[in-house]
Design a protein around this ligand. Structure first.
Ligand code: NCD
Length: 303
Protein backbone atom coordinates (compact mmCIF):
# COMPACT_ATOMS: atom_id res chain seq x y z
CA UNK A 1 0.00 0.00 0.00
CA UNK A 2 1.53 3.32 -1.02
CA UNK A 3 -0.40 5.19 1.64
CA UNK A 4 0.82 6.94 4.75
CA UNK A 5 -2.53 6.92 6.51
CA UNK A 6 -5.87 5.17 6.21
CA UNK A 7 -8.49 7.92 6.46
CA UNK A 8 -11.28 6.92 4.07
CA UNK A 9 -11.89 4.13 1.59
CA UNK A 10 -12.16 6.77 -1.14
CA UNK A 11 -8.35 6.90 -1.15
CA UNK A 12 -8.06 3.17 -1.93
CA UNK A 13 -7.86 1.66 -5.39
CA UNK A 14 -9.23 -1.76 -6.18
CA UNK A 15 -5.66 -3.10 -6.30
CA UNK A 16 -4.84 -1.69 -2.86
CA UNK A 17 -8.01 -3.18 -1.36
CA UNK A 18 -7.18 -6.56 -2.87
CA UNK A 19 -3.62 -6.35 -1.55
CA UNK A 20 -4.93 -5.96 2.01
CA UNK A 21 -7.46 -8.78 1.59
CA UNK A 22 -4.84 -11.10 0.07
CA UNK A 23 -2.38 -10.35 2.85
CA UNK A 24 -5.13 -10.98 5.41
CA UNK A 25 -5.88 -14.35 3.83
CA UNK A 26 -2.18 -15.29 4.10
CA UNK A 27 -2.20 -14.33 7.77
CA UNK A 28 -5.38 -16.26 8.38
CA UNK A 29 -3.84 -19.34 6.78
CA UNK A 30 -0.59 -19.15 8.72
CA UNK A 31 -0.66 -16.81 11.74
CA UNK A 32 2.65 -18.22 12.97
CA UNK A 33 4.50 -16.85 9.93
CA UNK A 34 4.00 -13.28 11.12
CA UNK A 35 4.45 -13.80 14.84
CA UNK A 36 7.64 -11.75 15.14
CA UNK A 37 7.12 -9.46 12.19
CA UNK A 38 6.52 -6.33 14.23
CA UNK A 39 8.38 -7.20 17.43
CA UNK A 40 9.18 -4.08 19.46
CA UNK A 41 6.75 -1.93 17.49
CA UNK A 42 4.04 -0.04 19.34
CA UNK A 43 0.57 0.95 18.25
CA UNK A 44 -1.20 3.82 20.02
CA UNK A 45 -4.92 3.42 20.63
CA UNK A 46 -6.67 6.78 21.00
CA UNK A 47 -10.40 6.20 21.38
CA UNK A 48 -12.51 9.24 22.19
CA UNK A 49 -15.71 7.21 21.69
CA UNK A 50 -16.79 3.77 22.94
CA UNK A 51 -15.46 0.70 21.12
CA UNK A 52 -15.30 -3.03 21.71
CA UNK A 53 -14.46 -4.76 18.43
CA UNK A 54 -12.37 -2.13 16.72
CA UNK A 55 -10.15 -1.43 19.69
CA UNK A 56 -9.76 -5.03 20.84
CA UNK A 57 -9.13 -6.40 17.35
CA UNK A 58 -6.45 -3.77 16.64
CA UNK A 59 -4.85 -4.70 19.96
CA UNK A 60 -5.08 -8.41 19.19
CA UNK A 61 -3.69 -7.86 15.70
CA UNK A 62 -0.67 -5.91 16.94
CA UNK A 63 0.08 -8.41 19.69
CA UNK A 64 -0.25 -11.36 17.34
CA UNK A 65 2.48 -9.82 15.19
CA UNK A 66 4.81 -9.52 18.17
CA UNK A 67 4.15 -5.83 18.81
CA UNK A 68 2.34 -4.12 21.64
CA UNK A 69 -0.07 -1.27 22.25
CA UNK A 70 -0.17 1.89 24.32
CA UNK A 71 -3.72 2.82 25.15
CA UNK A 72 -4.79 6.38 25.89
CA UNK A 73 -7.58 4.94 28.04
CA UNK A 74 -10.84 6.70 28.80
CA UNK A 75 -11.04 10.31 27.71
CA UNK A 76 -12.05 11.33 31.26
CA UNK A 77 -8.69 10.11 32.54
CA UNK A 78 -6.62 12.12 30.03
CA UNK A 79 -5.46 15.72 29.59
CA UNK A 80 -8.31 16.21 27.11
CA UNK A 81 -10.33 16.82 30.29
CA UNK A 82 -7.99 19.74 31.01
CA UNK A 83 -8.75 21.24 27.61
CA UNK A 84 -5.96 19.75 25.50
CA UNK A 85 -6.63 19.89 21.74
CA UNK A 86 -6.63 16.80 19.53
CA UNK A 87 -3.73 18.26 17.54
CA UNK A 88 -1.62 18.49 20.69
CA UNK A 89 -2.63 15.03 21.92
CA UNK A 90 -1.61 13.29 18.69
CA UNK A 91 1.66 15.25 18.45
CA UNK A 92 2.55 13.93 21.88
CA UNK A 93 1.40 10.38 21.13
CA UNK A 94 3.45 10.16 17.92
CA UNK A 95 6.53 10.29 20.12
CA UNK A 96 5.41 7.12 21.89
CA UNK A 97 4.26 4.87 19.07
CA UNK A 98 4.89 3.73 15.47
CA UNK A 99 1.28 4.26 14.37
CA UNK A 100 -1.92 5.75 15.79
CA UNK A 101 -5.45 4.34 15.65
CA UNK A 102 -7.90 7.14 16.30
CA UNK A 103 -11.63 7.16 16.94
CA UNK A 104 -13.27 10.52 17.53
CA UNK A 105 -16.83 11.90 17.52
CA UNK A 106 -15.92 14.71 15.09
CA UNK A 107 -16.10 14.12 11.35
CA UNK A 108 -12.73 14.89 9.79
CA UNK A 109 -10.84 14.38 13.08
CA UNK A 110 -8.53 11.65 11.73
CA UNK A 111 -7.66 13.68 8.65
CA UNK A 112 -6.86 16.69 10.79
CA UNK A 113 -4.74 14.54 13.14
CA UNK A 114 -2.85 13.06 10.18
CA UNK A 115 -1.73 16.55 9.18
CA UNK A 116 0.09 16.99 12.49
CA UNK A 117 2.02 13.73 12.78
CA UNK A 118 4.68 11.75 10.93
CA UNK A 119 3.45 8.26 11.83
CA UNK A 120 0.56 6.46 10.09
CA UNK A 121 -2.91 7.35 11.35
CA UNK A 122 -5.78 4.90 10.96
CA UNK A 123 -9.25 6.40 11.12
CA UNK A 124 -11.18 4.03 13.38
CA UNK A 125 -14.34 6.12 13.03
CA UNK A 126 -14.78 9.91 12.80
CA UNK A 127 -18.30 10.80 13.87
CA UNK A 128 -20.76 10.20 11.04
CA UNK A 129 -17.86 10.22 8.55
CA UNK A 130 -15.88 7.10 7.72
CA UNK A 131 -14.65 3.81 9.17
CA UNK A 132 -12.33 2.34 6.52
CA UNK A 133 -10.77 -0.53 8.46
CA UNK A 134 -14.28 -1.85 9.17
CA UNK A 135 -14.91 -1.84 5.43
CA UNK A 136 -11.82 -3.92 4.76
CA UNK A 137 -13.07 -6.64 7.09
CA UNK A 138 -16.57 -6.34 5.58
CA UNK A 139 -15.10 -6.90 2.11
CA UNK A 140 -12.97 -9.76 3.34
CA UNK A 141 -16.09 -11.42 4.79
CA UNK A 142 -18.07 -10.84 1.61
CA UNK A 143 -15.26 -12.27 -0.53
CA UNK A 144 -15.03 -15.33 1.73
CA UNK A 145 -18.77 -15.98 1.97
CA UNK A 146 -20.16 -14.69 -1.29
CA UNK A 147 -18.21 -12.67 -3.89
CA UNK A 148 -17.27 -9.09 -4.71
CA UNK A 149 -17.62 -8.83 -8.50
CA UNK A 150 -21.16 -9.84 -9.44
CA UNK A 151 -22.55 -9.17 -5.95
CA UNK A 152 -25.98 -7.74 -5.26
CA UNK A 153 -26.03 -6.24 -1.77
CA UNK A 154 -28.74 -4.57 0.31
CA UNK A 155 -27.50 -2.02 2.83
CA UNK A 156 -30.20 -1.27 5.37
CA UNK A 157 -30.75 1.00 8.33
CA UNK A 158 -29.07 4.26 9.23
CA UNK A 159 -27.44 5.29 5.99
CA UNK A 160 -27.20 8.93 7.01
CA UNK A 161 -25.14 8.70 10.18
CA UNK A 162 -23.69 5.20 9.67
CA UNK A 163 -20.00 5.69 8.93
CA UNK A 164 -19.51 2.00 8.14
CA UNK A 165 -22.05 2.43 5.33
CA UNK A 166 -20.28 5.44 3.82
CA UNK A 167 -16.95 3.64 3.75
CA UNK A 168 -18.46 0.41 2.43
CA UNK A 169 -20.35 2.17 -0.37
CA UNK A 170 -17.21 3.96 -1.60
CA UNK A 171 -15.18 0.76 -1.54
CA UNK A 172 -17.81 -1.33 -3.33
CA UNK A 173 -17.80 1.20 -6.17
CA UNK A 174 -14.43 -0.33 -7.18
CA UNK A 175 -16.15 -3.64 -7.93
CA UNK A 176 -18.97 -4.81 -10.17
CA UNK A 177 -21.59 -4.61 -7.42
CA UNK A 178 -25.27 -3.63 -7.41
CA UNK A 179 -25.82 -1.57 -4.28
CA UNK A 180 -29.38 -1.34 -2.93
CA UNK A 181 -29.83 1.19 -0.14
CA UNK A 182 -32.85 0.66 2.11
CA UNK A 183 -33.80 3.28 4.70
CA UNK A 184 -36.50 5.68 5.83
CA UNK A 185 -36.45 8.94 3.85
CA UNK A 186 -34.91 10.82 6.78
CA UNK A 187 -31.93 8.43 6.98
CA UNK A 188 -31.02 8.30 3.28
CA UNK A 189 -27.41 8.14 2.19
CA UNK A 190 -25.87 11.65 2.42
CA UNK A 191 -25.88 13.65 -0.77
CA UNK A 192 -22.06 13.76 -0.89
CA UNK A 193 -21.79 9.96 -0.83
CA UNK A 194 -24.50 9.62 -3.49
CA UNK A 195 -22.62 12.10 -5.64
CA UNK A 196 -19.35 10.17 -5.25
CA UNK A 197 -21.07 6.90 -6.19
CA UNK A 198 -22.60 8.52 -9.24
CA UNK A 199 -19.20 9.94 -10.28
CA UNK A 200 -17.65 6.49 -9.85
CA UNK A 201 -20.29 4.99 -12.13
CA UNK A 202 -21.57 2.68 -9.39
CA UNK A 203 -24.84 0.78 -9.77
CA UNK A 204 -27.05 2.23 -7.03
CA UNK A 205 -30.74 2.02 -6.17
CA UNK A 206 -32.62 3.39 -3.18
CA UNK A 207 -35.66 1.78 -1.57
CA UNK A 208 -37.92 2.40 1.40
CA UNK A 209 -39.17 -1.18 1.54
CA UNK A 210 -36.77 -4.07 2.06
CA UNK A 211 -39.21 -6.59 0.61
CA UNK A 212 -38.83 -4.89 -2.80
CA UNK A 213 -35.27 -6.17 -3.12
CA UNK A 214 -34.69 -8.88 -0.54
CA UNK A 215 -35.34 -11.89 -2.84
CA UNK A 216 -32.70 -10.70 -5.35
CA UNK A 217 -29.88 -10.12 -2.84
CA UNK A 218 -26.70 -12.13 -2.23
CA UNK A 219 -25.84 -10.16 0.91
CA UNK A 220 -27.67 -7.99 3.41
CA UNK A 221 -25.65 -5.48 5.45
CA UNK A 222 -27.71 -4.41 8.44
CA UNK A 223 -26.80 -1.37 10.53
CA UNK A 224 -27.74 0.11 13.89
CA UNK A 225 -29.66 3.35 14.06
CA UNK A 226 -26.94 5.67 15.38
CA UNK A 227 -28.88 7.03 18.35
CA UNK A 228 -25.94 9.08 19.66
CA UNK A 229 -25.81 11.17 16.47
CA UNK A 230 -29.45 12.27 16.42
CA UNK A 231 -30.28 15.85 17.39
CA UNK A 232 -32.89 14.57 19.88
CA UNK A 233 -34.60 11.53 21.31
CA UNK A 234 -37.86 12.23 19.43
CA UNK A 235 -36.13 12.12 16.06
CA UNK A 236 -34.53 8.81 17.05
CA UNK A 237 -37.79 7.29 18.23
CA UNK A 238 -39.52 8.23 14.98
CA UNK A 239 -37.27 5.84 13.02
CA UNK A 240 -36.08 3.27 15.57
CA UNK A 241 -37.14 -0.31 15.02
CA UNK A 242 -38.35 0.19 11.43
CA UNK A 243 -36.23 -2.53 9.88
CA UNK A 244 -36.09 -5.51 12.16
CA UNK A 245 -34.77 -8.65 10.49
CA UNK A 246 -35.91 -11.97 11.87
CA UNK A 247 -36.17 -15.54 10.62
CA UNK A 248 -39.57 -14.77 9.15
CA UNK A 249 -38.25 -11.80 7.16
CA UNK A 250 -35.54 -14.02 5.73
CA UNK A 251 -38.02 -16.61 4.48
CA UNK A 252 -38.31 -14.41 1.38
CA UNK A 253 -34.54 -14.36 0.84
CA UNK A 254 -32.31 -16.64 -1.21
CA UNK A 255 -31.04 -19.65 0.78
CA UNK A 256 -27.47 -18.45 0.23
CA UNK A 257 -28.07 -14.87 1.41
CA UNK A 258 -25.38 -13.82 3.89
CA UNK A 259 -26.32 -11.36 6.61
CA UNK A 260 -23.63 -9.03 7.88
CA UNK A 261 -23.67 -6.33 10.57
CA UNK A 262 -20.70 -4.29 11.82
CA UNK A 263 -22.11 -4.73 15.36
CA UNK A 264 -23.08 -3.77 18.00
CA UNK A 265 -26.69 -4.67 17.21
CA UNK A 266 -29.50 -3.38 19.32
CA UNK A 267 -32.70 -4.96 18.02
CA UNK A 268 -32.31 -4.77 14.24
CA UNK A 269 -31.41 -8.47 13.92
CA UNK A 270 -33.49 -10.83 16.06
CA UNK A 271 -31.51 -13.49 17.94
CA UNK A 272 -33.38 -16.22 16.04
CA UNK A 273 -31.33 -15.28 12.94
CA UNK A 274 -28.13 -16.26 14.76
CA UNK A 275 -28.80 -19.97 14.36
CA UNK A 276 -29.46 -19.73 10.61
CA UNK A 277 -26.86 -20.19 7.87
CA UNK A 278 -27.48 -16.58 6.88
CA UNK A 279 -25.78 -15.18 9.98
CA UNK A 280 -22.15 -14.24 9.34
CA UNK A 281 -21.77 -11.25 11.66
CA UNK A 282 -19.75 -12.96 14.37
CA UNK A 283 -17.39 -14.40 11.80
CA UNK A 284 -17.22 -10.89 10.33
CA UNK A 285 -16.15 -9.50 13.72
CA UNK A 286 -13.50 -12.22 14.05
CA UNK A 287 -12.15 -11.30 10.63
CA UNK A 288 -11.18 -7.95 12.18
CA UNK A 289 -8.00 -9.57 13.47
CA UNK A 290 -6.39 -10.92 10.24
CA UNK A 291 -7.57 -7.89 8.28
CA UNK A 292 -6.16 -5.41 10.79
CA UNK A 293 -2.95 -7.45 10.98
CA UNK A 294 -2.65 -7.10 7.22
CA UNK A 295 -3.44 -3.41 7.30
CA UNK A 296 -0.92 -2.64 10.04
CA UNK A 297 1.68 -4.82 8.36
CA UNK A 298 1.33 -2.85 5.13
CA UNK A 299 1.24 0.57 6.80
CA UNK A 300 4.22 -0.14 9.06
CA UNK A 301 6.18 -1.64 6.18
CA UNK A 302 5.83 1.63 4.27
CA UNK A 303 6.53 4.03 7.11
C1 NCD B 1 -19.56 0.62 14.19
C2 NCD B 1 -19.06 2.03 14.45
O1 NCD B 1 -18.44 2.31 15.49
O2 NCD B 1 -19.27 2.84 13.55
N1 NCD B 1 -19.04 -0.30 15.11
C3 NCD B 1 -17.88 -0.96 14.80
O3 NCD B 1 -16.83 -0.38 14.75
N2 NCD B 1 -17.95 -2.26 14.52
C4 NCD B 1 -21.03 0.51 14.02
C5 NCD B 1 -21.93 1.08 15.09
O4 NCD B 1 -21.49 1.61 16.10
O5 NCD B 1 -23.15 0.96 14.89
Amino acid sequence: MRQDHLLTTKQLSRGEIEAVLDRAAEMDADPAAVRERHADELLALCFFEPSTRTKMSFETAMKRMGGDVVDMGHVESTSVEKGESLADTVRVVEGYADAIVLRHPRKGAAKMASEYVGVPVVNAGDGAGHHPSQTLLDLYTLRENARLDGLSIGIVGDLKYGRTVHSLAHALANFDVDQHFVSPESLRLPRGVRYDLHEAGASVQEHADLSDVLPSLDALYVTRIQRERFPGEDEYRAVAGQYRIDEETLAAADDDLVVLHPLPRVDEIAPDVDRTDHARYFQQAHNGVPVRMALLDLLLEES
